[in-house]
Design a protein around this ligand. Structure first.
Ligand code: ADP
Ligand code: MG
Length: 204
């Protein structure tokens, strides 16, 4: 399975642009229930991936995803680095095992479960998992890209009503209620950027 080099390069740039445009907003969300660095952490990660875009987009898709994941672990830092990193590394491993692109949503499910194990977190804990699981579910149901975007955005908003059970926000207990989770929000932004880009550029 070869990565489509132009498509992958475009997706990397779309993600970088979305995070850069929303970095201040992500920091503000993290200031409310964490330490205020989520936007800058994510921006650092996206810039590190962009810097090696030429190398990455020449790799087969599973290897490209693993490489991006390693770069994210090394560059984002904090709690989110190992979690986003695990997501992409495990996606790559799963796709390599199956060797079939149609197993994408299954590979995503396995990768999200690996993130949950890594973070010792579950759906409902007010984390990025609360966007990842609904997005995977929509993908598994072959929902149109516009529906996946809506699902991601709604799921991020719904974390506002949740009580944080993991990460820094968990120290706030009930006081975390009423604030959208920064990781869930970055995850929705990335999902939106990816879906919009695919909608415009997906080969027929
Ligand atoms: P840090 O908390 O180290 O400053 P970031 O601010 O970059 O790291 O990322 C915070 C986000 O990471 C949270 O909003 C949440 O979505 C996610 N997160 C933190 N801890 C966990 C965990 N144990 N499991 C899943 N997600 C987590
Ligand atoms: Mg933080």
């Amino acid at each position: 399975m070869q990565a489509e080099p132009v498509l992958l390069a475009g997706l990397i740039e779309a993600c970088r642009a979305a995070i850069t445009a929303n970095s201040d907003h992500l920091c503000a969300l993290d200031r409310a229930i964490g330490d205020g660095d989520h936007g800058t952490n994510m921006q650092r990660g996206c810039e590190a991936v962009s810097a090696e875009e030429a190398t990455v987009s020449g790799l087969p898709l599973p290897e490209a995803l693993e490489r991006i994941g390693l770069t994210l672990v090394m560059s984002i830092g904090g709690a989110a680095g190992p979690l986003y990193g695990t997501l992409l590394i495990e996606m790559g491993r799963e796709l390599r095992k199956s060797g079939r692109e149609q197993d994408f949503s299954l590979a995503l499910k396995q990768a999200i479960d690996a993130v949950a194990r890594r973070g010792r977190s579950n759906a409902g804990d007010k984390t990025l998992l609360d966007v990842l699981y609904p997005v995977q579910d929509a993908l598994a149901q072959h929902s149109p890209l516009t529906d996946i975007v809506r699902r991601a955005e709604l799921s991020a908003r719904l974390t506002g009503a949740m009580k944080a059970m993991r990460g820094r926000a968990a120290y706030l207990g009930d006081r975390s209620i009423g604030h959208v989770d920064p990781g869930a929000s970055s995850c929705a932004l990335l999902t939106t950027a990816i879906c919009r880009y695919l909608e415009e550029h997906r080969p027929e």
